[in-house]
Design a protein around this ligand. Structure first.
Ligand code: SAH
Length: 360
């Protein structure tokens, strides 16, 4: 199992090299790519357009699926959280969020997370490991199949957000590879324009993304209007402080093309970062850097043992009004799936901590 290749994580070109090595004609690469990504088949046995002997030989060196679904939790608001496991027994969580216009899938880029944001439950897992491109793509395949049926087209298309567990920009190459695979028109056909990736602020990667033309939309997690506070809430700030981060953001903004989005996320922690003064500081900070991106205000999703509570609704409204009065566009994000630990910052393989602790 460990030595076999996960074909889901190969580009069509790499699949070409793989089938050639098996002594197969080149067109098999397209057939297999189509079976994996367009028809979303998760076993070679189902790929009945392949010759029988090939179907039987493939599992000797390759796999069409490595993640298994351990449990699926369904929220009263329709959000679903999938708790999956990698072949080496690590948790991976993916969230399906039904929406009026278009459904959204929130995927994870790492099992656990190395960043130590004090308001996020995933931080408590630490980093278990980064996910491979194949494991990122598989999450989407599993959720699409479960929701719409194997291979069935999502009726209104799908948006993806890289806002699950992990820091996507600390797994940049696998992330970008997964996005390229998912964009293939004869595969999943989820183009970068439909994808938003969120980062805690890995500055060199923001710059790298700025130089890529076919890229996902970007979101930056701010959480604080001053270095002093951000150092505490998001220790990554000590490495890349606000001025460096916002300078890179301003450069990124210069490269935006029509239809591309760039947003800030600001988690609202009661009595910590949600005062009128904080709102003014935040607006001034963004204005000083000449940034026009909108700000998404996210009421904190509380979870034991995190030491925070969400800001009250009227506080969030007031904070938003102050931002707007200073020319900063702000939106309030409605929490989804809180009851099943599926909301922002709640992914920590909940209910499965025991199996995690028993990991060899
Ligand atoms: N590591 C990336 C990807 C995670 S995205 C990043 O930091 O951007 C998760 C988003 O949820 C981030 O904007 C984060 O600030 C926010 N978040 C984390 N914990 C939260 C919580 N408990 N309540 C609400 N939002 C939270």
């Amino acid at each position: 199992m460990n030595s076999s290749v996960n074909l889901v994580g190969l580009s069509e070109e790499e699949l070409g090299a793989f089938v050639e090595q098996m002594g197969q004609p080149a067109y098999r690469a397209r057939q297999i790519f189509d079976a994996l990504h367009h028809r979303r088949l998760q076993s070679f046995a189902e790929m009945t357009d392949l010759p029988k002997d090939l179907r039987e030989r493939l599992p000797e060196t390759a796999t069409a699926a490595t993640l298994t679904v351990e449990s699926r939790y369904v929220s009263e608001d329709g959000t679903r959280r999938f708790l999956m496991k990698t072949h080496d027994n690590l948790p991976v969580e993916t969230v399906f969020i039904p929406e009026e216009r278009r459904d959204t899938i929130c995927f994870s880029s790492q099992s656990g997370c190395p960043l130590q944001c004090t308001f996020c439950l995933t931080a408590q897992l630490g980093l278990l490991r980064s996910l491979t491109a194949g494991e990122i793509v598989e999450q989407i395949i599993i959720v699409l199949n479960d929701t719409y049926g194997v291979g069935a087209k999502p009726p209104r298309g799908t948006n993806l957000v890289g806002m699950g567990a992990g820091e996507p920009f600390l797994n940049f190459d696998s992330l970008m590879k997964a996005l390229r695979i998912m964009a293939a028109p004869h595969g999943l056909f989820i183009v970068p324009h439909r994808v938003t990736v969120s980062t805690a602020g890995i500055v060199p990667r923001i710059r790298e993304l700025a130089a890529i033309s076919d890229r996902p939309n970007l979101a930056i997690s701010l959480a604080a209007p001053t270095n002093e506070m951000r150092d505490e809430l998001m220790p990554i700030n000590r490495k890349w402080p606000l001025e460096k981060l916002l300078e890179a953001c301003a450069e990124f903004e210069q490269t935006l093309k029509p239809g591309e989005r760039f947003t800030f996320e600001y988690v609202m922690l009661a009595g910590v970062n949600d005062s009128d003064e904080h709102a003014r500081q935040l607006a001034n900070l963004l204005n000083r850097h000449n940034l026009h991106a909108k700000v998404n205000l996210i009421p904190h999703n509380p979870a034991d043992p995190l030491p925070y509570q969400p800001s009250a609704a009227d506080r969030v409204e007031r904070f938003k009004a102050i931002l707007e009065s200073k020319g900063v566009h702000a939106f309030i994000r409605r929490p989804r799936g809180r009851d099943i630990f599926a909301a922002c910052g709640q992914l920590a393989a909940r209910r499965e901590m025991n199996t995690l602790a028993n990991r060899p």
